[in-house]
Ligand binder design. Sequence first.
Ligand SMILES: Nc1ncnc2c1ncn2[C@@H]1O[C@H](COP(=O)(O)OP(=O)(O)OP(=O)(O)O)[C@@H](O)[C@H]1O
Ligand SMILES: [Mg+2]
Length: 701
Amino acid sequence: MLSILNKTQYKAVTTIDRPTMVIAGAGSGKTRVLIYRLIHLIKSGVKSRNILALTFTKKSANEIKYRLSSLIDKNELDKISIGTFHSIFAKLLRKNSYLIGYKKNYIIYDRYDSEKIIKKIIKNLNLDKNIYRSKSLLDKISMIKNNSFNERNLDITNIYANYKKYCYQNGIMDFDDILLYTNILFNKYPDILNKYQEYFKYILIDEYQDTNYSQYRIIKLLSLKHNNLFVVGDDSQSIYSFRGANINNILNFKKDYKNAVIIRLEQNYRSTKYIVDVSNQIISLNKRKIDKKLWTKNKIGKKIKIYKAFSSFEESYFVANTISKLKKTKKLKYSDFCVLYRTNAQSRSLEESFIKKKIPYNIYGSISFYKRKEIKDLIAYFRLIVNLNDEESLIRIINYPKRGIGEVTLKKILFLSKQNEKRIFEILKNINNYKSIINIDQKILDNISNFCKKILFFNKRLDEDAFLLSKEISETFGLLEEIKKDKIKQGIDNVEEFFNSISTFVEDKKKIKNEEISLNAYLESLYLDLDLDYKFNNLTKESVSLMTIHLSKGLEFPIIFIIGLEEKIFPSILSISSQLEIEEERRLFYVALTRAKEDIFLTFSKNRYKWGKIVPTICSRFVKEIDEKYIKYIKNDLNNQKFYDPSLLGSDTNHLKEGMIVYSNSFGIGKIIKIEGKIITVYFNNIGEKKILNTKLKISY
Ligand SMILES: Nc1ncnc2c1ncn2[C@@H]1O[C@H](COP(=O)(O)OP(=O)(O)OP(=O)(O)O)[C@@H](O)[C@H]1O
Ligand SMILES: [Mg+2]
């Protein structure tokens, strides 16, 4: 092993039987150490099923599994519990749900689903939705849940109480509930805790700096008996404090765990010397941090390139153009490039230029497939069948495909449910009992009974093979027919992919003893385990990656672009008033820089669209913080050109001549190729030829 690990890494891999924390900068091999420790444990005779490896994202869990697959036997690999906190503890909770007052078939809601519930509650409470914003309310609720596992400490506002009640009544758990209830379970039932302490004898955690209090408590309890905890992290990469991540978990490790060893790795294997030095310099500006040295034996590399674009269009154009050029001249692959941005919305203009330049690209994380209508409809069926109390799903599909249960009927049903304090499905099931109270056509009543019968028919068969059952559900309710009616090919393809993924899930699980292949198990893993980006976004391997910096944690690419380096974008407008938050943004910048192996391009734009208007911007403080000696500026002649205000020109076309460089708010920079009266034909850098009215152009001389 010493041939693939340095001495300190080797020590971290082989120090077992006492709590160990590896605290080290980016690219120093923390994840590598974690993987080799796992192998070392197995080779030393530890049973695979006694190992628990926790990661922060589905992506990194899958990455670890993938890396292990070439190093150990598949049978052994399947027995190790590797996954995110949410995935591992959701499975554990499912087995014990009755103890915390949930039925076995509760459903997991993701953030988008939860937001919908919050919106509903705001509406029901007659609150102003401009003041009570669902997103920030959900953040607050999440903070409460993650930071005080003891329910009695919860600050129960009206909205929170309603949300909690709704989730409970509908048999729903959100992501934070998974951790909250795991804590409650372990605290209330020492025998259960004891069982899992024995089971998970060896615990390994990657990206420990991003654990919140809830996660910290779970780990503390689980590791209490065998004290065999191994965590790796970097306080300088802590970027989730807005979700409650707590840096004290790292700072207090020695106090929290008796006999703990702390190991520091200092050699970076990922990046060139320039990149390591720049990253060190940037992070040294933060006050709150553990001092670390990071050095590398790698070659010195190239300076950090900075490009000041004229507009956001032009910025994207520069990125696309540079990638094309470098790919050709340096014989690189598209997959060697990654473009990082602060927020998802920034990907749009990049996409336009990538399409124009015919560059294949993958956007990670933004449009998740289960937000697509046809998939959402199918999921709603599955959810309702699994959990008859899921009213959100019930309402979604009660009249899809159309079965004559329209708005008016639905209103009557909702009224009955409220009046009788009964769940909607209860009312539907016994709708004939209410005949005398409400006025609904016999034909509609029959439709309702028919619908209920079918749902119940499947509800009784929940232990069956998820693939076969879901196929039958879709046939019985005519779902595929309905989707085909829309004649949107993409929709049909998506559904086909969806069924493929259920089939793969079932086949995979069948290979492992005692694994569930039920519909509910599939739904759970859909949200918590499966990395479906490739399948549902038609992603290809040979393409440029586009993602937010948050998503890029732990990954590495030869060439990194970081775009939109402007004040109020990065650092984000929400953070600029607080020193602590600026430090978090700086850590985010550190994460971005340290993803690069070879080369970094930083870009920003002199002007940017805000609410339909072009406004001048201010370059990000982070760019200014970089020491000049690491920087190479890329010249952009456009910035030296003068652009006149078109309102001063009126509609006078005399100013315009063929060959002039012009600028349009909508299309960016271009060159006039023809003038016909007021109609000007311009060749735009980004979009090619376009006819445009003179008054819409600014002219550069
Ligand atoms: N001893 C070593 N010899 C050769 N390459 C190494 C060694 N240790 C790590 N590497 C390589 O360095 C790169 C960074 O390693 P790794 O991803 O484990 O770092 P990390 O500390 O987890 O980084 P991050 O903080 O970004 O998550 C990987 O490509 C890894 O294979
Ligand atoms: Mg790592």
